[in-house]
Design a binder for this molecule. Sequence first.
Ligand code: BEZ
Length: 248
Amino acid sequence: MTQQWKCTDYQTYADFVPALGVDVLGLLNPQTGEKILDLGCGDGALTSKILALGADVVGLDAADELATAAEKRGLSILRLDAHGFSMPCTFDAVFSNAAMHWMHSPEKVIANVAASLKPGGRFVAEQGGFGNVAALSTAILAALDAMNLPLPEKFPWDFPTPEQQTQRLENAGLRVDVMQLFYRPTPLPKGIKGWLQTFISPFVDGASEKDRENVIHHAVRWLTPILKDASGQWMADYVRLRYRATKP
Ligand code: BEZ
């Protein structure tokens, strides 16, 4: 059950992810000279904005293609799994946009984040929250079922409630200052097919190319009355969880 990252697909069909992530940079409020770790930095679109604001930022991402794209922007990138890293130094802040929902053991990742922060350091993140992409996921699962293809044993993403995430952060010794769950219907200017092609891989591991295409075809048909408006604009049913937690 793995996501295959193709940098060109991500930049073509999901470029709105870092674009919308700019808001959470306001909550991070990076200061000149601060040491900041960008956890799950992807192709480095937001990491480079943090750098431009004067911080001393390093990105961390285990996906080789994305890490290479980030390095091409001139960024320092650690190719490490967020579940297993430990740092030789501590940071003023750890930042993460649209990455925490990919973590299969978020508790482990949060423990690593807490260990990487200086006392007084902050963890600022945005990720999918409870109910995120519910229509999109249901359509994919229904398409798999209709085609008698196996359903994944485990849902591939972690979309916690504010209460769950608060508990996890507190268990790691962090104090939660901000925790917001909000609905963010997100226009998909390039349509729904590209989104599905980019993000469907954890559901269709091992399926043939033809089955994969058919799953997408069914899902698009079922999603049309739900996520496509009268003007022909597709919207993704995104729900975000945004938080800031401090190490005492
Ligand atoms: C998200 O950013 O919410 C998301 C991205 C990929 C798959 C599912 C959700």
